[in-house]
Design a protein around this ligand. Structure first.
Ligand SMILES: [Zn+2]
Length: 273
C-alpha cells in the first residue's frame, strides 16, 4: 500500500451545514464515489490547535498548541515530517499558520509566501494570510502545486467559510453560502485529483456557533464533516472516528512507518496491509 493522499480542510465548516450545503460532494456520495461521515473535533475547538491535531494526531492538551496565539514550529511529528523522512513528496496550499507550524515561525510574507525546498517538511508551499483570500484561488493554488511537484501528500486548506462564520454567525445566509461556494469551487478540482488516483479526505478543523465564534463544546462547534473519496476507503458511513486518527490513517494509506492512531474502520479491506 503506497497511496498518494490529499487532505482538504475547509476551515470552520460544521456538520449542520456540511450535511446539506455541499451539493457536489453529496452528489459524489449519491453516485457512490464518496462517503460522508462525521466526527467530533478535539478541544479547544480552535484553528491552530486543530491544524496541529489533524497533521500530527496529537490533542491540543498534548501538543501544547492550545490556542491560536501559540506561534512556533510544531514540536510533534507531522505527516509532512513522516513523508519527507521516508522519501515521499509533500505540498501545501494553506493559511500561513500551517507554514508557521511546519516550516518556520513567525511567518514572513515575502520569504514564506511561496516555498520550494526539498529539505523542508513542506517541500512545496503556497501560503496566504487574509481570511478572505478567495477559496477558488486557494484551490487553484493547490492544483498548480500538484501539477508542478506531484506530491504524495498535499494539504489544501481554505478559510472563507470560517471567515463568513465570524462575520455573520453559523445560522446565516452568509455562512451557508460560503460553504456552497467552497463546494462549487472544489468541484473543479476533485475530479482531477480522483482521476490522478489520490485518496482524499475532506474535513474541517472545527465548526461554528451562532455567537460568531468557536472554541467550546457546543455540537455546532465540535461536530464536523468527513468525506472520504477513493478506493482505499469503505463505502458505508462510519461512526466513532477520532480527529486524532486522521494523520495516522493517511500515513497508513501512504505506506509510511509510524506509531500514530489509525481509524481502521475507514479503510477498505486490504487497504491497510
Ligand atoms: Zn475561526
Amino acid at each position: 500500500m503506497s497511496e498518494r493522499t490529499i487532505l482538504v480542510v475547509l476551515d470552520g465548516l460544521n456538520h449542520a451545514v456540511a450535511q446539506h450545503a455541499m451539493g457536489y460532494l453529496h452528489a459524489l456520495c449519491e453516485a457512490d464515489r464518496a462517503t460522508y461521515h462525521t466526527l467530533e473535533c478535539e478541544l479547544p475547538a480552535m484553528s491552530r490547535p486543530l491544524y496541529e491535531c489533524l497533521l500530527t494526531g496529537d490533542r491540543p492538551v498534548d501538543s501544547g498548541v492550545v490556542n491560536n496565539d501559540v506561534v512556533r514550529r510544531s514540536t510533534g511529528t507531522s505527516l509532512f515530517d513522516l513523508a519527507v523522512a521516508q522519501g515521499r513528496r509533500t505540498a501545501a496550499a494553506a493559511y500561513h499558520w500551517v507554514s508557521e507550524l511546519y516550516v518556520e515561525a513567525p511567518f514572513d510574507r515575502v520569504r514564506h509566501r511561496l516555498r520550494q525546498d526539498r529539505d523542508a517538511a513542506i517541500q512545496a508551499g503556497l501560503f496566504y494570510w487574509r481570511d478572505h483570500y478567495p477559496d477558488d484561488h486557494l484551490f487553484s493554488d493547490a492544483e498548480a502545486l500538484r501539477q508542478l511537484h506531484e506530491p504524495d501528500f498535499m494539504l489544501v486548506h481554505s478559510m472563507n467559510i470560517d471567515d463568513a462564520g465570524h462575520r455573520y454567525g453559523a445560522d446565516s445566509a452568509g455562512y451557508r453560502n460560503a460553504a456552497r461556494q467552497a463546494d462549487i469551487a472544489l468541484a473543479d478540482y476533485l475530479p482531477l485529483w480522483m482521476a490522478a488516483g489520490y485518496q482524499i479526505l475532506v474535513t474541517a478543523d472545527h465548526g461554528m456557533n451562532d455567537d460568531r465564534s468557536h472554541s467550546g463544546k457546543l455540537v455546532e462547534e465540535r461536530r464536523v464533516p468527513l468525506w472520504t473519496l477513493g478506493s482505499a476507503f469503505v463505502e458505508q458511513s462510519v461512526t466513532g472516528i477520532e480527529q486524532t486518527e486522521i494523520c495516522g490513517t493517511l500515513a497508513t494509506l501512504m505506506g509510511l512507518e509510524h506509531t500514530k492512531p489509525v481509524a481502521h474502520a475507514l479503510l477498505a479491506a486490504g487497504a491497510a496491509t
